[in-house]
Design a protein around this ligand. Structure first.
Ligand SMILES: [Zn+2]
Length: 364
């Protein structure tokens, strides 16, 4: 089976303003890169056309009042916050992004493709039940997860590796053990949430895992977190599918953030998650684009690397052009890994009652 790519030219429609970081060139440059590399000609790739989400799909996650607000404001234009305007006709673009995630999930469940990367915008992970924020209107991943559960899957793991904490997704599933939410994000940073101490409430306690990391965190930090927390967590939870909030703003050239992941680092992470997914959930991974603002520098190469890994292609040559290497040396911090090791040790104490893979080494 193949890797699906959900994409339609309509994903270039949405624009808050030509100078806004979340602009259409984010995707058009990626598409140029994919075409140049011949990705769409490969037998391992299937291009899928998104269908818009319905009102019922949206109401799996969002309140009727918030949906009405978006519908009404899409007629006149309006504002949610200083970073998040509502352009006229926004609702059509937002429904197509959420619907694209559902299209990808259905293709995976129906075994049309093995896994899927949804190249949609606008992004979604800052949108909570009743409000948008941070360039996000509808929570595409959350809607897709609830759709998977509506189709009969019981447990879903969401890995949110966007540089910003996925506060909207956290809010939606905070008391719900049927969704394991794990977010790796720069901290302290926008939106201010994402402390490792926040592990969920009620039945959901232990199923909200925040991995806050300092600016300058490199491939080594992500590899450490993958081996120490993310892979054993997934292995123990045994999800029926893995959803990835795939924000590529961790790349060292990203203008909005301070992390130092490389294109090869991204591809390597995805490759290991694919191997794990093969062993626990029939390889079912649905990755949905979130942030990533290095329009020319990092984003096309990271997206290419992720797709190559998902399609089982050779990732050894995935890297950004040499001209960017000087930037990497300036951004990377050797102090980051020791800080993260300390944070993980504290996190394990908080989680040891909930997870056997931690308890068996007895950290108390
Ligand atoms: Zn982000």
């Amino acid at each position: 089976m193949t890797c699906g790519i959900v994409y339609a030219p309509s994903y270039l429609n949405h624009e808050q303003s030509p100078s806004h970081p979340e602009r259409r060139e984010r995707l058009s440059y990626t598409l140029d890169q994919l075409v140049e590399e011949g990705i769409f000609d490969l037998p391992q790739i299937t291009l899928l056309t998104p269908k818009p989400a319905t009102r019922d799909d949206v109401l799996l996650v969002h309140t009727p009042e918030y949906l009405q607000f978006l519908e009404k404001t899409s007629i006149t234009g309006g504002i949610i916050d200083a970073d998040t305007y509502v352009p006229k006709d926004l609702i059509h673009d937002a429904l197509l992004a959420a619907g694209g995630a559902i299209t990808g999930a259905d293709a995976v469940l129906n075994q049309v493709v093995k896994n899927c990367f949804v190249l949609a915008r606008p992004p979604g992970h800052h949108a909570g039940r009743s409000q948008g924020a941070g360039f996000c209107y509808l929570n595409n991943v959350a809607i897709m997860v609830r759709h998977l559960q509506r189709r009969g899957l019981r447990r879903i793991m969401i890995l949110d590796w966007d540089a910003h904490h996925g506060n909207g997704t956290e809010e939606i599933f905070y008391d719900d053990p049927s969704v394991l939410f794990c977010s790796v994000h720069q901290y302290p940073f926008y939106p201010g949430s994402g402390r490792f101490e926040d592990i969920g409430v009620g039945d959901g306690k232990g199923y909200n895992i925040n991995l806050p990391i300092p600016a300058g965190s490199s491939d080594k930090v992500y590899q450490y977190l993958l081996e120490e927390i993310i892979l054993p967590l997934a292995d123990e939870y045994m999800p029926d599918a893995i959803a990835i909030s795939a924000g590529q703003d961790n790349h060292f050239t990203d203008p909005l953030t301070g992390l130092a992941l490389t294109a090869h680092g991204y591809a390597g992470l995805m490759q290991e998650i694919c191997i794990l997914a093969d062993s626990i959930c029939y390889g079912r991974i649905i990755a949905v684009l979130e942030g990533g603002y290095s329009v020319e520098g990092g984003l096309p190469y990271t997206n290419l690397g992720l797709i190559a890994a998902m399609a089982g292609l050779d990732i050894s040559n995935i890297r950004e052009p040499e001209i960017y290497q000087d930037i990497l040396e300036k951004v990377i911090s050797e102090d980051a890994l020791p800080q993260v090791i300390k944070m993980v040790s504290e996190l394990k104490k908080k989680l040891s009652d909930h997870w056997y893979f931690i308890r068996r080494y007895d950290f108390r």
